[in-house]
Design a protein around this ligand. Structure first.
Ligand SMILES: Nc1ncnc2c1ncn2[C@@H]1O[C@H](COP(=O)(O)OP(=O)(O)OP(=O)(O)O)[C@@H](O)[C@H]1O
Length: 284
């Protein structure tokens, strides 16, 4: 669905690149996460792919169409939900969607239906300029679905939202995945990436350091530890035992056989810890 080859971008039109030779592919129906700290080059890549920035060097194809020669077909095919809302403040929420809807030459969704989906139906007749930050974010999110996109670009879809709204947005993303929508999600929130993505790319200083599924990464870089709480001589003890260490394994077996264990949890490395291991820096 999306193919990117050796993509470069310089904001200063020189050798000072914000994106330095990025290549990746996203299969149809896949949720692909772009994970990296501030300034890593995530938004720049998304902007090039969605036509907000000119492609300077490299290649990119959406459904086989060269993004350098954008066609109406690409516009109809993609949905873009970016962090900084670019909405018409003087129009109401409903009018914003209704106006945007007219730009497409494919069947579109009913604005009211979309507003309801993101919990904005009561604010439909309110000017978007009077919306809170989170409401604007939800409006942009809803708007990005108006043309039933096959490829959906999401930039930090739940950052700054309260837990209930964030959970609703996540449910919508899951539903769209079930419908076969392909997603390119950028975030520095490793929990979201872990929860939603089929594969993630670690991007740091304009380069992709690795691409894999969250599960494979955890298996590869995980410590394989088991955290146990057990009682010995009336005293509650806590310990982390490695499943790769023979002495720890013996101890764990002994505790299990003696029935002393009160709680036991396997401990995996988080994506953030793995990111640090791979890149030598954190996601913040
Ligand atoms: N309009 C711009 N003009 C000049 N430099 C820019 C511009 N936008 C981004 N940059 C620079 O390009 C680099 C990559 O920025 P980009 O916004 O793509 O990072 P990001 O990974 O999306 O970060 P964030 O998580 O903060 O959004 C940074 O060094 C940034 O300062």
């Amino acid at each position: 669905m999306l193919k990117v080859k050796n993509l470069y971008h310089s904001y200063t039109n020189d050798e000072n690149y914000a994106v330095k030779g990025i290549s990746f592919e996203i299969k149809k129906g896949e949720i692909f996460g772009f994970l990296g700290p501030n300034g890593a080059g995530k938004s720049t890549t998304q902007k090039i792919l969605t036509g907000l920035l000119t492609l300077q060097k490299g290649e990119a194809f959406i459904a086989g169409i060269d993004v350098r020669k954008p066609t109406e077909k690409i516009f109809n095919l993609i949905g873009v939900s970016f962090e900084h809302p670019n909405i018409y403040e003087k129009l109401t929420g409903f009018e914003n969607l209704d106006f945007y809807r007219k730009m497409f030459s494919v069947p579109t969704k009913e604005p009211m239906k979309l507003l309801r989906m993101v919990g904005l139906e009561h604010a439909a007749t309110k000017k978007a300029g009077e919306y809170s930050k989170g409401m604007k974010q939800r409006l942009v999110f809803a708007r990005s679905l108006i043309n039933n996109p096959e490829l959906w670009f999401l930039d930090e879809p739940i950052s700054g939202l309260d837990p209930t709204t964030a959970s609703q947005i996540k449910d919508i993303i899951w539903q769209k995945k079930q419908e076969g929508v392909t997603m390119f999600l950028t975030t520095h929130n490793m929990h979201i990436a872990d929860e939603l993505c089929d594969r993630v790319a670690f991007i740091n200083e304009g380069k992709i350091e690795l691409i894999d599924s969250p599960r494979n990464l955890k298996l590869k870089y995980g410590e394989k530890l088991v955290k146990v709480e057990y009682r010995e001589n009336e005293e509650l003890k806590k310990e982390s035992l490695s499943l790769l260490d023979d002495r720890d394994k013996q101890k764990l077996n002994k505790l299990i056989n003696e029935g002393k264990i009160e709680t036991m949890h396997s401990q995996e490395a988080t994506l953030e810890e793995i990111f640090m291991k791979v890149t030598g820096r954190g996601l913040k």
